[in-house]
Design a protein around this ligand. Structure first.
Ligand SMILES: [Zn+2]
Length: 193
């Protein structure tokens, strides 16, 4: 609202993965019922990620909050007919917007690229949680379900960001959370925008 945009004005909500802190604003509680926060939006997310967090075989301690939040924050979106469940394969799902596989943090985590002319903006989700991981991608956060695969995804994402001198929008870095991946003689570093 502060930006002059009403919830009804939002066209698309793009989800990198289905952890509680990345879907919690999908819905709001109205008269005891969870309803879409953005009633005119298409909500785009990985079909495989949804299937993973719907399969009772995966309802473990680690995944508990994702199962809980699916019920109040994702299922109501599907019931309202607003979900576009996609295959995460790097192809454009909207004009100039693509979802790329970056598994590890969750099994079907996606890294979202926005292309405009020659410029790129990247929405990294939880490929990394702290700027130190730009310098030392081998360090994984405790929240990564498969740390070894997360490292491979993080290195791929960092290479992509550096190669395209992209504006990178992270989720958990401090300050603006946005920045660029810099390449120096001695390795990589992070510069906030
Ligand atoms: Zn997460």
């Amino acid at each position: 609202m502060r930006a002059g945009v009403r919830p009804e004005d939002i066209d698309f909500v793009l989800l990198t993965h289905l952890h509680v802190d990345h879907v919690g604003w999908n819905t709001r509680l109205q008269n005891g019922i969870w309803v879409p926060t953005f009633p005119n939006a298409r909500y785009v997310f990985s079909r495989a990620e949804y299937d993973f967090f719907s399969n009772p075989a995966h309802d473990s301690v680690r995944n508990k909050t994702s199962f809980m939040t699916r019920i109040d924050s994702v299922d109501p979106i599907i019931s309202a007919g607003l979900a576009d469940q996609i295959d995460v394969d790097g192809s454009d799902v909207l004009e100039g917007i693509s979802f790329h596989p970056t598994p590890g943090h969750t099994p079907h985590h996606a890294f979202i690229v926005l292309k405009s002319g020659m410029e790129r903006a990247l929405f990294t989700g939880d490929v990394m949680h702290h700027p130190i991981q730009v310098c030392i991608p081998e360090w994984s956060a405790v929240f990564d379900a498969d740390p070894q695969i997360a490292i491979i995804s993080r290195k791929w994402a960092l290479n992509y960001a550096a190669e395209h001198t992209a504006a990178v929008f992270t989720s958990h870095f401090p300050m603006t959370s946005a920045g660029k991946v810099m390449t120096y003689d001695h390795g990589r570093g992070w510069s906030f925008l």
